[in-house]
Design a protein around this ligand. Structure first.
Ligand SMILES: [Zn+2]
Length: 114
């Protein structure tokens, strides 16, 4: 099968928005009943200073069962254009991106707790 825009920048095959794999290659389980919509979850965001004066942005307060944290991490990394990782149930992004992270979380639908 050839697609109309195959080989051009317009040719963007559909990807799973959870694992980032091509939909054909995606092996995600369907969302279980334990997952909650973002609208029902509150996230907290703060910046923190680590060793060597490195700033990180920390997202915490989310339940790792109710929320797909690895998926959220990759969305936030893309939004901030920086690296990050999961530390237990906390998302840590390199750099001080508090306002951008809050905007992105709100865009997804999360509530931001004070
Ligand atoms: Zn997937």
């Amino acid at each position: 099968m050839t697609r109309l825009f195959a080989g051009t920048p317009f040719d963007i095959p559909p990807r799973c928005d959870r694992c980032g794999e091509l939909e054909e290659a995606c092996k995600c389980e369907p969302l279980g009943p334990e997952r909650m919509p973002a609208e029902k979850q509150s996230a907290k965001v703060r910046s923190d200073r680590r060793k060597h004066k490195r700033m990180v942005t920390v997202v915490w307060g989310l339940d790792s069962v109710a929320c797909d944290l690895p998926n959220l991490l990759s969305k936030l990394k893309a939004a901030c254009g920086s690296g990050g990782s999961l530390q237990d149930d906390q998302i840590e992004l390199q750099g001080d991106h508090v306002s951008r992270v809050k905007d992105e979380l709100k865009k997804i639908g999360f509530k931001i707790a004070k």
